[in-house]
Design a protein around this ligand. Structure first.
Ligand SMILES: CC(C)(COP(=O)(O)OP(=O)(O)OC[C@H]1O[C@@H](n2cnc3c(N)ncnc32)[C@H](O)[C@@H]1OP(=O)(O)O)[C@@H](O)C(=O)NCCC(=O)NCCS
Length: 153
């Protein structure tokens, strides 16, 4: 398994990871509510992904095995982790842990003093185990509850 910078040509494979991960792993968050799930998936298109990959104020990484994209992560230069999703079939192999560690390193290299994110309920214990501290939960942009978290870098 290798973690590398995403390329424009990875966009379709990244979309597939995002759609499978949100739909199948985050059921406890969207509860199959069509409004929440629809809003969550709405911007997960190859076109949007290409614009995120090309954005110079953030970095998008992929975990790959051969030609397969297994996970995707994104971090802004500010330290905000915007994406961290793994294929359901690739869970529990340590891929997301390595991905978050890599995102933290990249953010620190770009001058961020802390990394922060809005966790799903699904990933909440994962981030707590990675040393993140949580603030009060709130309603996130797609209508599901999110857990704001941060960690000093
Ligand atoms: C939660 C999630 C991100 C973890 O990804 P993963 O690749 O399966 O996690 P890893 O294999 O890297 O696990 C790393 C550690 O976290 C633990 N862990 C993984 N998922 C966990 C969970 N839901 N609750 C508690 N611990 C968890 C693992 O046991 C492992 O512990 P270890 O280091 O002691 O062995 C992923 O399974 C998931 O559900 N993603 C859905 C999308 C999502 O919510 N993304 C976050 C958006 S903010």
């Amino acid at each position: 398994m290798e973690i590398r910078k995403a390329k424009l040509e990875d966009a379709a494979a990244i979309c597939e990871v995002l759609r499978q991960s949100v739909t199948n792993l985050c059921g406890g968050d969207h509860k199959n509510d069509p409004a929440i799930l629809g809003a969550w998936l709405d911007n997960k298109t190859p076109e949007t992904l290409r614009s995120w990959i090309a954005d110079s104020s953030s970095q998008m990484l992929v975990a790959t095995e051969g030609d397969n994209v297994l996970a995707v992560g994104g971090v802004m230069d500010t330290g905000e982790i915007t994406l961290n999703y793994v294929l359901p079939s690739a869970r529990m192999r340590g891929i997301s842990k390595r991905m978050v560690q890599e995102l933290e390193v990249r953010a620190k290299e770009r001058g961020a003093k802390a990394s922060f994110l809005n966790s799903t309920g699904t990933a909440r214990r994962f981030y707590l185990a990675m040393g993140y501290a949580e603030q009060e939960p709130k309603t996130g942009m797609f209508g599901a509850v999110v857990y704001p978290m941060s960690k000093s870098l």
